[in-house]
Design a protein around this ligand. Structure first.
Ligand code: SAH
Length: 248
């Protein structure tokens, strides 16, 4: 039975992939890959492997999801070993699940290889203990940007504000200011520490420590890709007081 491997490629450093992911990359006939994968991994592909970029940049898609699904299906039915590489973990706001469902409903097997998600890796790179006894006993991983076509917002930041220890926001770069305001309206203090980690485990990765109150002033431009971390655990990072261009 034909099979597609839906594989997590980790947050950016080519060493942060699983052994299974690397083996599959090395044996793939077809590698279908995203924008935020460690590109160096592609060098591990067989010389005659077909490499197909299907990245989605904010606001611009090289290929629509339906086309990606069909591409995976077609290549698998040709008898090729198909590896679909996702940044981070394929089921954390990736379209890995849609791809697997589509393949399975068309008689193709789908195997998921989990990856290190940026949601967890980004705070860890800067030593932020997202879950720590006595400090933060729960976390929420949420999207900062939602499908405008839906007409409503699924993430209610006001209600989320005081219900979890640490809030981790992906895809929030363009919405940081609104999110900060809503979290304050929801009951979080303006002094709540926030970390914005940009390009985690990639070249030029960096962190900005700031407070929710400062962020709500809408003066910080957040680059893509960034993970935003909100909560008390942020201030526990040993780096918290060292690289702090904005906090007063
Ligand atoms: N499946 C991916 C997430 C896809 S959504 C994962 O598990 O990591 C894309 C969002 O992930 C980006 O908007 C950004 O918020 C975040 N992201 C992915 N890689 C990142 C990185 N290296 N550094 C910071 N944020 C990253």
């Amino acid at each position: 039975m034909p099979r597609v491997y839906v594989v997590g490629a980790g947050p950016g450093d080519p060493e942060l992939v699983t052994v299974r992911a690397l083996r599959l990359i090395e044996s793939a006939d077809v590698l279908v890959y995203d924008r935020l994968i460690p590109m160096e991994l592609l060098k591990r592909a067989k010389p005659n492997a077909e490499l197909i970029y299907v990245g989605k940049e904010p606001g611009r898609h090289v290929m629509e999801q339906g086309e990606i699904n069909n591409l995976l299906l077609r290549k698998a039915l040709e008898g090729k070993l198909v590896v679909r590489l996702h940044g981070g973990d394929p089921f954390v706001f990736g379209r890995g699940f849609e791809e697997c469902s589509f393949l399975i409903s068309n008689g193709v097997e789908c195997e998921v290889v989990p990856g290190v998600t940026s949601a967890i890796a980004a705070p860890e790179q800067f030593l932020i203990p997202i879950l720590l006894r006595g400090v933060s006993s729960s976390l929420a991983i949420v999207t900062g940007r939602e499908d405008p076509g839906k007409g409503f917002r699924e993430v209610d930041f006001r209600r989320l504000a005081t219900s979890v220890g640490t809030i981790i926001i992906l895809m929030g770069a363009s919405e940081t200011c609104r999110i900060a305001l809503e979290l304050i309206q929801g009951g979080l203090s303006e002094a709540t520490p926030v970390a914005i980690v940009t390009r985690a485990y990639m070249e030029n990765s960096r962190v900005l420590f700031i407070t929710l109150g400062e962020l709500a002033k809408c003066q910080v431009a957040v680059e893509n890709p960034s993970v935003i971390i909100v909560g008390r655990s942020v201030s526990l990072s040993p780096l918290y007081n060292t690289s702090n261009p904005i906090r007063h």
